[in-house]
Design a protein around this ligand. Structure first.
Ligand SMILES: Cc1cc2nc3c(=O)[nH]c(=O)nc-3n(C[C@H](O)[C@H](O)[C@H](O)COP(=O)(O)OP(=O)(O)OC[C@H]3O[C@@H](n4cnc5c(N)ncnc54)[C@H](O)[C@@H]3O)c2cc1C
Length: 512
């Protein structure tokens, strides 16, 4: 047992908690722990959300499909989290209606109706509308033979920004968040973890911590084996999922959930007004998680499923962008990659007198907050004076005093008459009420600095480097914003040059 906050050590700084991994699970645990009064250190070997947490289908959802695998615990928890996250971050979490076309190869309509009834009632739901049956008219973008279906609610989320906002929360509660810093090894000694870290420039430093959280995602088992030299309590199944982005395939705000004849499902989701996001696949992956990329076979599969449902036919030349990630799932020895449990497992190892290690296996973006609460509940016996859970009702950065996005956009346009409406809209949807910080001291367009293209001004770049750990062009183009889809190669090169000259890599400062 120990008391919190103990930084006065001449050897290497001592934290209560060290977290390895800056994906959603690592930052979620770091934020929760920092808010409960623990001193927290988090390291991420690349950029925040660079791996699985930016390669998702970008849904906060209960997971209608998981009902088929009887994952009631997970579905109930996830359904309830939808409204919690909607309230915490209304600028990046939005309600989304899903259309489920009904076809003869699917389950009978009564069974789907029963599943949707469960989906409507398993978790607490106040804001999201319930499900209903539909008949499609001649104006439907679906093929004429698809005449019936259902509609239900879930939410869309900006996955990478959800990670950044949690990292900001952690920092605002006192955590030290170090990106581009790899944990190369850690060992236990005299009740503490001694943790060795390496920055991308090759420089090394160490910290110590009373507890270690391994939230390394696809690397979770490898981290235990290679860096801690221990045996992993569970195996990990790496299940690849890929997405393609095409020009907007249909009108309207609704998404489609398409069930293929092999029973797997593919989403077609409206994306950033101009596009449709299509995914995902499920295939066993054996390679390096950092190198995962969509395969020819997956591309063919996604196009085939969409073309089987929509009147408008897509071909490879329509694909504007693609991305892939690997789900780090806890191995339940299922034969079918789609059926491996999507639930999470936390493993705590702590012999008496030893510093504890908590490893995270599996998990969804949707349930990150509940996962963090469970992690803190498991670590609680190792800390005195740990404050109670607090994240359910606390807004994420930008979600504070945000009544409606349209009111925010209106207020921005009123205060800054010269601001292009498109930029005001993007900023409101990206930064929420934090946009006022970005615009602090700005009086005219020239105060935004140089225009790099597609509404990206150097002032926003400076803000992202200062406030959101952005360092490289990809951090800004694909994770802090999605401007990579809008900027030309020439404009992207200009951003790279600007970063090189104005924001050369600064190793994270550390007092050790
Ligand atoms: C295709 C696909 C679609 C999905 N769709 C959805 C969805 O719509 N909704 C949903 O809720 N969930 C979805 N998920 C699941 C969700 O994305 C993941 O469960 C979640 O992102 C996992 O987060 P994580 O923090 O565990 O892992 P990651 O995001 O991979 O983070 C782990 C981090 O640890 C870092 N790391 C590893 N080793 C070290 C080390 N030694 N030192 C420092 N850092 C290290 C890595 O660089 C990495 O950034 C999807 C997943 C996939 C693959």
């Amino acid at each position: 047992m120990r008391s919190n906050h103990n930084h006065n050590n001449s050897l290497a700084e001592v934290y209560d908690l060290a977290v390895v991994g800056g994906g959603i699970n690592g930052v979620g645990i770091a934020a929760d722990a920092a808010g409960r009064g623990l001193s927290v250190f988090l390291c991420e070997k690349d950029d925040l959300a660079q791996h699985t947490s930016s390669a998702s289908s970008k849904l906060v959802h209960g997971g209608l499909r998981y009902l088929e695998h009887y994952e009631f615990r997970l579905v109930r928890e996830a359904l309830a989290e939808r409204e919690v996250l909607l309230a915490k971050a209304p600028h990046i979490v939005k309600p989304l209606r899903f259309i489920l076309p009904h076809q003869p190869h699917l389950r009978p309509a009564w069974m789907i109706r029963a599943g949707l009834f469960l989906y409507d009632h398993l978790g607490k739901r106040e804001k999201l509308a319930g499900s209903r049956s539909l008949r499609f008219g001649a104006g439907s973008p679906l093929k004429a033979e698809i005449s019936r279906g259902f509609e239900y609610s879930d939410c869309a989320v900006d996955d990478a920004r959800l990670v950044v906002l949690n990292a900001m929360t952690a920092r605002e509660r006192g955590a030290h968040v170090h990106t581009r810093t790899r944990c190369v090894s850690a060992r236990r000694s005299k009740g503490l973890w001694h943790i060795n870290l390496e920055r991308t420039d090759g420089s090394l430093y160490s910290i110590r911590a009373h507890a270690l959280v391994n939230a390394a995602g696809p690397w979770v088992a490898r981290f235990i084996q290679d860096d801690l030299q221990q045996k992993s309590p569970y195996g990990v199944r790496l299940i690849q999922g890929s997405h393609i982005i095409v020009p907007r395939l249909f009108d309207g705000e609704q998404a489609y959930i398409l069930q293929n004849e092999d029973r797997r499902i593919v989403f077609a989701i409206p994306y950033l007004e101009r596009f449709t996001l299509i995914g995902t696949t499920d295939r066993e992956y054996q390679g390096d998680p950092a190198k995962v990329a969509i395969s020819e076979e997956e591309t063919t599969y996604l196009l085939k499923v969409v073309n089987a449902h929509f009147k408008h036919q897509l071909s490879r030349t329509d694909i504007l962008h693609s991305f892939a990630g690997v789900r780090p799932l806890c191995d339940d020895e299922s034969d079918d990659p789609s059926a491996v449990t999507r639930d999470y497992t936390l493993s705590l190892s702590a012999c008496p007198g030893e510093a504890p290690l908590l490893s995270v296996f599996g998990g969804k973006l949707t349930t990150y907050r509940r996962l963090a609460e469970s992690a803190l509940a498991q670590l609680a016996p190792h800390f005195q004076n740990l404050q109670p859970s607090w994240t359910a009702s606390a807004p994420l950065p930008g979600g504070e005093q945000l009544e409606s996005l349209s009111a925010l956009i209106e207020a921005l346009c009123e205060s800054f008459g010269w601001l292009p409406t498109q930029v005001a809209r993007r900023w409101a949807n990206t930064y929420g009420s934090r946009v006022w910080r970005l615009l602090d001291g700005v009086h005219e367009l020239s105060d935004l600095g140089e225009h790099l293209g597609a509404g990206l001004y150097t002032r926003e770049v400076d803000y992202l480097c200062r406030e959101e750990w952005a360092m490289e062009a990809a951090d800004i183009l694909w994770r802090r914003t999605k401007l990579g889809l809008f900027m030309t190669p020439g404009q992207q090169a200009k951003l790279r040059d600007y970063l090189k000259s104005e924001h050369p890599h600064q190793p994270n400062e550390h007092a050790a």
